[in-house]
Design a binder for this molecule. Sequence first.
Ligand code: SF4
Length: 394
Amino acid sequence: MSKNDKGLNRRELLGLSAAAGAGALLTGVGRADAAGAPQVPRRPLGKTGKKIPILLFGGAVRLDSTFDHKLAEAVRYGVNYFDAARRYGGGRCEANIAAYLKRAKNRNRIWITSKSPYHEPAGFERALHTTLSQLHTSYVDMYFLHALHDKSYLSSNMAKMAYKLKRAGKMRHVGFSCHHGNVVDMLNEAAKHSWIDAVMFRYNFRNYGDKALNKAMDACHKRGIGLIAMKTQSSSVSFAGRVNKFKQTGKWTKHQAVLKAVWADPRLSASVSAMSTIGQVRQNIAAALNRSKLSAAETTELQRYAAATRHTACDGCDHICNPRVNAPVQIGDTLRLLMYHDSYGEPAKARALFNELPAAGRNFAGVDFSGASAACPHGVDVGALMKRAGEVLT
Ligand code: SF4
């Protein structure tokens, strides 16, 4: 089996894992497809009756406009769920996925979720039509309200629109994504609406002890709402010398360990990962294929890392810290974009999104953030991070 036409065989995957520092033993890997490639395990997505791979391809990366080999490599191992959005990839994400589908001729084997930047019913419908035309497809498997943080948009009118679009065959399932500081509120609200099929939300290894979040996840899980984790790496903003590095435990890199930790929660159907290189695709696939759990020592190492870097990870709860600053700043959004820049290796995306913030929110040179730092329950040094954001995002 050659790598070029058949993908990685079992021995190559083992070598890949070792090269990646994973040293993964491919015991109990998912079933192989017809071509012999092992397949990433799948889990049910809530009440949809569908199963999706535990690893999803996040489209917030640069995709080839003719044929993206990262997508092809992912699909080869059963990662056939693409998480798109109108705005990803500088607005090219959906069109680039369409280019892949055209050449791969496998639309019926791919699950596509995309997202509307508009949250009211008419805008949502318009956005879906644009998405379908960008993707050159007649339906999407799921359509999300993108980055929703105002629960009033989960209205009866939106429910009616969702039913209408489903009946018309333009989308099969519906839900929303959320990553602001009110994720718990949004999950609790979702659990009240039977028309919502899935929620994609900010979740990572730092959240384990969060009782309110766990309760909200339970509520959704019981109502059959599929739960998808995003922003799983959480990020430590890269303050070299101030952040303890995660020690590789002999088996997993930090990136892989964090994914394994998320998959350990059976309420979560999957984790979405923006994979910008073939190497990242293969590393994540190796972690997904290996069904061994994190050992107690590895879990402890992850917890130690979480504790040592807590002051560098912003949860987006800026209703706490924004009011402590005498300027119209958007600390949560700004530090999320700094995370894209520093931890996700997406400087262009980070700068582009930063430019979309209101001008007043971007102008924070000379602003005193000491009150925000004092108010932050996680000890984030807001002033230092905002200073860095000003340097790298503007
Ligand atoms: S700096 Fe602290 S309080 Fe402000 S949004 Fe981030 S985590 Fe929340």
